[in-house]
Design a protein around this ligand. Sequence first.
Ligand code: ATP
Ligand code: MG
Length: 571
Amino acid sequence: MAEQITPQEEGKKSLNFIEQMVEKDLAEGRNGGRVQTRFPPEPNGYLHIGHAKAICLDFGIARKYGGTCNLRFDDTNPIKEDVEYVDSIQEDIQWLGFRWENIYYASDYFGQLFEFALWLIDHGHAYVDEQTAEAIAEQKGSPTVAGRESPFRNRPAAESRDLFLRMNSGEFDEGAMTLRAKIDMASPNMHFRDPIIYRIIKTPHHRTGRTWNVYPMYDFAHGQSDYFEGVTHSLCTLEFEVHRPLYDYFIDRLIESPFKTEDNYRTRQTEFNRLNLTYTVMSKRKLLQLVKEHRVNGWDDPRMPTICGYRRRGFTPASIRNFVDMIGYTKYDGVIDVALLEHAVREDLNATARRVAAVLHPVKLIITNYPEGQVEMMESVNNPENLAEGTHPIAFTRELYIEREDFMEEAPKNYYRLTPGQEVRLRCAYIVRCTGCKKNEAGEVTEVYAEYDPQTKTGMPESNRRVKGTIHWVSTSHALQAEVRLYDRLFTVENPMEEKDRDFLELLNPNSLEVLTDCYVEEDLATARPYDHFQFQRVGYFNLDPDSRDGRLIFNRTVSLRDTWSKKKNR
Ligand code: ATP
Ligand code: MG
C-alpha cells in the first residue's frame, strides 16, 4: 500500500527556512553533524491533513540530510488516549510513504522524568502545591501584572519530596495537589510563572496501566523526551513558540543534573506555521466531536480532513505530499484554499487514473437501426495522457444508458449533445443522429431514440466526420449497477472557526453527502478493488469504496473534473 518518494519530488524544492537552518547547523558541525527529528503525535485522535504537513517536514528533513526520524507518541494524558489511535497513526504515516527509525513513547520516560522531578525538588526548583487548579490560575496574574506566590512555594524540599512520592503512591485524590516548577511568578512569559509539571490522574494508562498516579504535563515531557532520545531539531507549530523558553529552561536543568546524556549536545525547538484549510476544521477535539455525535460516519468519512478520510475519498499519498510541498513552511499562520488540495489530486489522478464510462443519472438511448442482440466490443483508451497503458474492451449494444442531461427535447443553439435532428459521437463507438424520445404521463423523458451510421465507427475513414459533441454511454445489458456517493464541503463557510458567536456544528453543510443509488458503470469495473482510482469520463475522479462487497459496487467522488484552483490562478 505504501509508496516511496521519487527523487524528482525531492529535487524540485528550493530551500525553506528550516532547511537553511539545518544546513547552517551542519556547516558549523553542531551536535557532531547529526540530524535527528521526531514526529510527536498525542494518541488522542486520528491524524488530519495538518499532521501530514508536520510529517512531511519531520521525515523529509531527516531523509534529506541523512539523519533519522522517530515516531514518538506523546502519551502523557491517559484520560484522552487510546491504542486505537496509536495504531491508526502508524498506518497513516506509512500510507503517506514515510518510515520511522524507531517508535518511542513519552511513557517510556516516566521513570526518568519522575526521578528528574525529584532532583528538581531537592535542588529548590520545584514544590508541591496543595491549592486547587482554580486558585493557582487566579494567582497567575496577566502578562502586564505579576502573579502572586503560592503559600506553599517556600515549603521545605523534604516536605515536597515526601508529598510527591505519596501523590504517586495513590494516597491523594485527583486535584488534591500538583507539582509546580519554581521559576518566576513575575516573568513576562506566563509559562514561567511556576508552571504545573505533574498532576494526579487515576485513569489507567493504555501502556503503563496503574503503575503511575502522577503524569507529567506536556511542557515537562516534550523537551526532555527530545533530549533523552538525542533529537537535534525539534520541529513544531507556531503556537509552541511561547513555550520555547520553558523548553530550554528544563533542558538547562537537565544538563546540570545527573540525567545529562552527552557533551556538546543540545536539542533545539523551531516553529513553523500550521496548516488551516477552508471549509473544514483542523482540531482533533472538534473532529472527535463530529464522530461522537454521528455528524459524520466515523473518522474515515470521506468528508473528514483526516488522512484516513482522504484515503477513503480517493486522494493519493503523492497528491498530499505535493500539496504540502506547494504550500511550503513559513512563520505566518494563514488559511489555505482547499481548491489547491483538490488541484493536487486532480493533477496526480489525471496522469494515473484509468478512464471508464459511468452514467450517474441514466436515461435509455435506443439505436433503432442497430441489430437487436448484436454485441460489438469497442476499444476504450485507458489513459489518453499515457497511450502506453493501452485499451480495454467495452460492449456496445442497441440499448444504452446515457446521462439524462445529454438529451434535450428543445435545445438552445450551443447545445452540442442529443436533440432531435442533431448528430453526436458516442465515445469510442459510432456517430448517431437523434430521432426523438418517449415521455411518461408526467412529461419525463423515459427513452431517447437515435440512428447510427455504420461507416463512422471510431478508427474507420468516415469517423473523422465533424460532429461537435461526444458523449459517454454504457450498454444496458452489460453495465453494472452501482451506488455513487458525491461529497461537498463539510461546512458552509470558509472558516468555521472564525465565526466566534456560532457553534461550529450549526455551520455544517446539510448537503455534504448525496447518494445516487441507480448509476451504471461499464462491465470492466467488475474487477475493481477497494481504493482503486478511476476517471469517470466527463464526470470526475472516483474510487471504489471499501464498503463494496458481494458484487455491490460503491464509488466515492474524489473530485470533479473542473479545476477551480487553476481558474482562480489564471484570473
Ligand atoms: P490538534 O490541535 O489538531 O489537536 P495537536 O497539535 O494537538 O493537534 P499533536 O498530536 O500534538 O496534535 O501534533 C503532533 C504534531 O503535529 C505536532 O508537532 C504539531 O505541531 C503538528 N501539527 C498539529 N496540527 C498541525 C497543523 N494543523 N499543521 C501542521 N502541523 C500540525
Ligand atoms: Mg497537542
